[in-house]
Design a protein around this ligand. Structure first.
Ligand code: NAD
Length: 357
């Protein structure tokens, strides 16, 4: 049976990196006879330019029909002055929430070949392999009421609502415990239960769900300590689970431990394993059009897609091995280059991965 993948290149470097990932997807599709068919759609700034909104109905229809979605990145200075409600990033929040993609899996793996690219000492990060499970469709990014208003004293004030229901916490807890079961069986739940009531409930539910997974060792950590521990001794962690905002920040921090934001893929899954796959970085307007963006995070997003949504672990392994081989050859894009390595372009990195496949 054929499988349908929707490709949303987005803005900035999105189309450049997605083009390389598409070539890799086409190659494994043929090599492993996967029967994958692809369609394209608009999201973010490019959708605003073409249709007036960041998440057109046509994209939503295609996204609902797809088995999996590959996304580049959205946003850029061109759209920064638009009203918040129709900014490119709203398209991303909308697709995540409309498809109910509540579980964001963000691995932070340090390829041994890139130990020098990390800002931390190699001994602290060498062999790092941690997974951050971030709740993606709730919390303060979606909570109502929100806005900017004039208070009784006549002064403007901004406000947001940090809110999590028991159901939302419970389902992300199960995803995180199940992920930990398949890995090192250690789960650290990150909250701010000393200050925020919403996270007092978070901690309570995590503890309760934990009783169903006795083989997983559960610990709790305040987010400020977690940020500190991530840069002090990141290898103490196996799986971390946290809410939307804390996860946003901690996963970018974890990304830098690995040397480049350009190396890290992510998966956003619904209850049934349907998912959207994207690099964790943004549209990088500062390097757009220069042909120097690192396409590996997007290529590795294809591999996560094959593993989690398309049931093709063999093809996923093949892509990951090819990426390792290219790094072994000393080929690097500008963001991860170091002494003794050869700097190559986005397109040349795509060529190298294809050759290694
Ligand atoms: P960014 O991730 O786009 O860039 C941060 C830095 O990392 C930049 O110096 C950039 O050049 C570099 N970088 C990012 N990806 C790279 C790659 N593949 N190869 C080499 N270098 C890379 O974050 P930002 O600058 O804060 O945001 C730029 C735009 O992207 C904003 O409009 C923001 O809203 C948007 N954004 C989108 C997403 C998304 O689509 N998922 C995520 C974050 C930010």
């Amino acid at each position: 049976m054929s499988k349908n993948v929707l490709i949303l290149p987005g803005d900035g470097i999105g189309p450049e990196i997605v083009a390389q990932a598409e070539r890799v997807l086409a190659a494994v599709n043929e090599k492993f006879n996967l029967g994958i068919e692809t369609t394209k759609g608009l999201i973010g700034g490019s959708a605003i330019d073409a249709t007036g909104g960041p998440f057109p109905d046509e994209t939503m229809v295609k996204a609902k029909a797809a088995d999996a979605i590959l996304l580049g990145a959205v946003g850029g200075p061109k759209w920064d002055s638009l009203d918040m409600a129709i900014r490119p990033e709203k398209g991303l929040l909308a697709i995540r929430s409309q498809l109910n993609l509540f579980a964001n899996l963000r691995p932070a793996i340090l390829y041994p070949q890139l130990a020098d690219a990390s800002s931390l000492k190699p001994e602290l990060v060498s062999g790092l392999d941690l997974l951050i499970v971030r709740e993606l469709t709730g919390g303060i990014y979606f909570g109502q009421p929100r806005g900017i208003r004039v208070n009784d004293a006549g002064e403007r004030e901004g406000f947001n609502t940090y809110i999590y229901s028991e159901t939302e916490i419970r389902r992300i807890a199960h995803q995180a415990f199940q992920a930990a079961q398949k890995r090192g069986k250690k789960l650290c739940s990150v909250d701010k239960a000393n200050v925020l009531e919403a996270t007092v409930l978070w901690r309570e539910i995590m503890t309760e769900v934990g009783k169903e997974y006795p083989e997983v060792e559960l610990s709790h950590m305040y987010v400020d300590n977690a940020a500190m521990q991530l840069v002090r001794a990141p290898k103490q962690f196996d799986v971390m689970v946290t809410g939307n905002m804390f996860g946003d920040i901690l996963s970018d921090c974890a990304a830098m431990l690995t040397g480049s934001i350009g190396m890290l893929p992510s998966a956003s899954l619904d209850q049934n394993g349907k998912g959207m796959y994207e690099p964790i970085h943004g549209s990088a307007p500062d390097i757009t059009g220069k042909g120097i963006a690192n396409p590996l995070a997007t290529i590795l997003s294809v591999s996560m897609m094959l593993r989690y949504s398309l049931n093709s672990a063999e093809a996923a392994d093949c892509i990951e091995k090819a990426v390792g081989k290219v790094l072994d050859q000393g080929l690097r894009t500008a963001d991860i280059v170091s002494d003794g390595c050869q700097q190559i372009s986005t397109q040349a990195m795509g060529d190298a991965v294809l050759a290694a496949l």
